[in-house]
Write a protein that binds this ligand. Structure first.
Ligand code: PEP
Ligand code: MN
Length: 450
């Protein structure tokens, strides 16, 4: 068989890897993972690449959202359903506003490992290893829970598997039927974003009845494609789940459809870029405010040497105060180099703050401002603002400040649930979707004028 160099990463520096306690256990776990069935099928991954190519060409929009860190405990039917519902509602708002197809993708069914800025965490004089996601250790602040336990990789696989099973059931089994647009909004109708949504849902209902009267009954209206993605971080998980597809004889990471490399692990000569450059999945790379033009061009050459449509998504996460200064030179250089990656905005990770009462938070206004800046930059350069990457939950939490519910610092004390970064709650997510829809309409209007 052809040697794809899938183990080459092992000779390179791999940042953010766990220090597993028990090497023998790790070997067992890797052997078991390598025998377990793939979570996704290569054909689906290829379909996603085609969809992303459409988005890169300006003919679709990517909506990617979910937890910062999924947890085993929260992989329940209710919580998964609420997240799917929120993503479906956002997608309706975006499609209705922009008339563009929306590619729906969860940060779900695999987002169990986190890179951390610091290896340790200190609370009241006690220092323990930092929480690195449920795939590595536990969130409880005890020495036992914070051990790096390779057995957790198997739990990550099985939890991803049951999550994905439910996602497939919801999105193809009737729940995502467009005739259900109203039911996704149940329990939420008393606030401005949900009222606005209700009026769109009314329009869609009428259109559906009209089509029914015409005898149209299309499968596309009864079910939806839904892809899953996570940060590709842990080699002890991703390598055993990388398989040679029998149809194409090429390697695919089968732990999810789309994999992104994070801001902390995207070194050009590092293990992550090497490993993921060798697989067929569409890839993302996070780009923070210190990204240099030369690095971005070199990343494109490594990850997408053929300039294959849909292969590469660049996820900028600059911060509201920086995006208008830092993004244009990157977009311009990439455009002038003849590459056409999909550009999407992550308006979360450049906007972290710590509140006076000690919570890691983000201001909703900063999130909106970064998204607006992203659209402004692309409009000015004539490139396509192709998607949105957000940390969200379908639940009624209070983690990000502001929005129409005016979440303030005191509210965080009652409803702050995340184990990692603060997420938009259901309502903030919907409000954001309305803003993005307006921006897409404005972009299309300017294009039409020019
Ligand atoms: C994340 O997406 O949760 C994350 C850690 O992002 P970044 O790599 O952009 O900091
Ligand atoms: Mn995060």
């Amino acid at each position: 068989m052809q040697d794809f160099g899938l183990d080459n990463y092992a000779s390179l520096e791999a940042k953010q890897q766990p220090t597993w306690e028990d090497a023998a256990r790790l070997a067992e776990v890797r052997a078991e993972l390598s025998k377990l069935p793939p979570l996704v099928f290569a054909g689906e991954v290829d379909t996603l690449r085609q969809r992303l190519a459409q988005a890169a060409a300006g003919e679709a929009f990517l909506l990617q959202g979910g937890d910062c860190a999924e947890t085993f405990a929260d992989a329940t039917a209710d919580r998964i359903r609420n997240r799917i519902k929120t993503v479906l509602q956002m997608a309706v708002v975006l499609m209705y506003g922009s008339s563009l197809p929306v590619i729906k993708m969860g940060r779900m069914a695999g987002q169990f490992a986190k890179p951390r800025s610091s290896d340790n965490e200190t609370r009241e004089g006690v220092t323990l290893p930092a929480y690195r996601g449920d795939a590595v250790n536990g969130y409880d602040f005890t020495a036992e829970s914070r051990r790096h336990d390779a057995g957790r990789l198997l739990s990550a696989y099985h939890t991803s598997s049951s999550t994905l099973n439910l996602i497939r059931a919801f999105t193809t089994g009737g729940f995502a039927d467009l005739r259900e647009v109203h039911s996704w909004n149940k329990g939420f109708v008393d606030n401005p974003a949900n009222k606005k949504y209700e009026s769109i849902a009314g329009d869609i209902d009428r259109a559906m009845r009209f089509m029914e009267a015409c005898g149209v009954d299309s499968a596309e209206l009864r079910a939806t494609e839904f892809f899953v993605s996570h940060e590709g971080l842990l080699f002890d998980y991703e390598r055993p789940l990388t398989r040679i597809d029998s149809r194409t004889s090429l390697p695919y990471v089968t732990s999810g459809h789309f994999i992104w490399v994070g801001e902390r692990t995207r070194q050009l000569d590092g293990a992550h870029i090497d490993f993921f450059s060798r697989v067929r999945n569409p890839l993302g790379v996070k780009l923070g405010p210190t990204s240099q033009v030369s690095d971005v061009l070199a990343l494109i050459d490594k990850l997408d040497p053929e300039r294959e449509p849909g292969r590469l998504t660049l996820i900028s996460r600059m911060g509201a105060g920086k995006i208008r200064d830092e993004l244009p030179k990157l977009v311009e250089a990439v455009r002038d180099a003849g590459a056409q990656p999909l550009w999407i905005t992550d308006p979360m990770h450049g906007n972290g703050i710590t509140t006076a009462n000690g919570y890691k938070s983000r201001r909703f206004d900063d999130v909106l401002d970064e998204v607006t800046g992203f659209f402004e930059v692309h409009r000015a350069l004539g490139t396509h603002p192709g998607g949105l990457h957000v940390e969200l939950t379908g639940d009624d939490v209070a983690e990000c400040l502001g929005g129409s519910e005016q979440i303030d610092e005191a509210s965080l004390e009652a409803k702050y649930e995340t184990v990692c970064d603060p997420r938009l709650n259901h309502m903030q997510s919907l409000e954001l979707a309305f803003l993005v829809a307006e921006q897409l309409v404005e972009t299309a209007r300017r294009k039409g004028d020019s």
